[in-house]
Ligand binder design. Sequence first.
Ligand code: GDP
Ligand code: MG
Length: 482
Amino acid sequence: MTNLELMRINLSLVSHTNIGKTTLARTLLGRDIGEVADRPHVTETADDHVLIRGTDGCSELVLWDTPGFGDSIRLAQRLEGRSNPLGWFLSELWDRMSNKALWLNQRAIKHVKDTSSVVLYLVNASESPQASNYIGAEMQILSWINKPVIVLLNQMGKPREQAVEEAELQQWRDFMAQFPLVKDVLPMDAFARCWVQEFALFDSIGKVLTEQQKVTFEGLRNAWSRQRRAVYSTSIEAISHYLTQLSLDHELLSDYSLTDQVKDWGRRFGMVKTESGPVIDAKNALAARAADLLCVLTQRLIDAHGIEGSGVKRELLRRLKTDWTVHKAADPKGAAIVGVGAGAATGLAADIATGGLSMGLGTLLGTVIGAIGGAGAAVAYNQVKGVSGTKVSWSKMALQNFLLEAILLYLAVAHFGRGRGYWEESEAPPFWKDVVIDEMKKQPHEYDTTQMESPDEIEGVSTRTTDTIIRGVLYALYKKSI
Ligand SMILES: Nc1nc2c(ncn2[C@@H]2O[C@H](COP(=O)(O)OP(=O)(O)O)[C@@H](O)[C@H]2O)c(=O)[nH]1
Ligand SMILES: [Mg+2]
């Protein structure tokens, strides 16, 4: 093995055509390479892309995107006669003219055989292994290539409960057990994988390399892991900054007269119908800023994760703001989010129907709308009378809801594969919310920054709480400590 080969570890993405190799390569690399389309043979040549460069400046982990196997059965037959190089050459020349796809395939396979350290073989997990009738022939081709194979399950769909995904994984593991070349089978959906799952892939790759390659790989793995952890830290910082700003945000009503107070009280109980007055104005201002802060948070998370696209649109928020007060209030009883366990608090509805708005934005507005609408107001805002006037700020329960929403948003971004295209908010799988709420309940102290005045103290508590909860959630989802 040459020095160059020792410094360069080559991973080849291989699969039946149109399974999602280029898409997964984009997700793993965090940049748009090649061409993705829902038709066969989009990628014509094997292309190399540096996944990680070591801190030594010369070691590299390289990801090769290859044209997929097309007519695998014919290809497998063709490769059987491969002991005769001249025959190979002639057939190659012949194929080049008569069957371009087959010829491209042969070239790519030869390339994989010559260069790769490990083969990452993608399968479409939306079909059962038994239904994927090309796998047998492709395993024959892979055994001719004779490199360790790690099978990656793509197209698994939206994240589902751990037990369901485990069962699917086991089905593929059982099926692949008949092929000794297959060293591991891992979930790795190009659209919805989480970076935590990439740790498992790195573990598996590390195990199948030669002793010499392992030394290089260790450095590369550390570089990769540092980079992923840096993204994680940036995300935690962004969330705690968001929570700190919300905790500190307030409106002072210095001219809040006794008449205003009576009207406000009447409004709360439905006796005064007009939706105006200093308190309503203050709440509108707080809600508008909360929505703006959510925009900023979304954008920071998207940027940190190397996803393209913009967060929720400010313009949309501005337009919605004028409509907020016409929405009906949430029922605060049915709206409890954190439940009534020991030390836990009830919160506002996070799921109010918001006219087709999607998760993060919709639920945030749901919270805000519910609060402004009336019945929720008692729990969403703190209204404290002080020497300089009445102060309106977010309540403990509202802040707990913001924390919950921010973590759900983080999970959505952390699972969004770049290969899927531009960032778009989508419905978080409902079980995520249960997992987050469980972790919130496990905390020794409930999240409450309402009595704190120092931004540093609030930021400290918010950072620790967010970090512990997200670590707990990722462990619950992937059984992997980060
Ligand atoms: N739902 C879903 N579709 C995917 C996924 N990965 C790829 N695709 C789609 O599958 C098609 C083929 O993808 P592509 O990356 O070009 O496949 P390749 O030929 O193996 O490189 C495209 O329409 C992709 O959007 C996935 O994880 N989930
Ligand atoms: Mg491709």
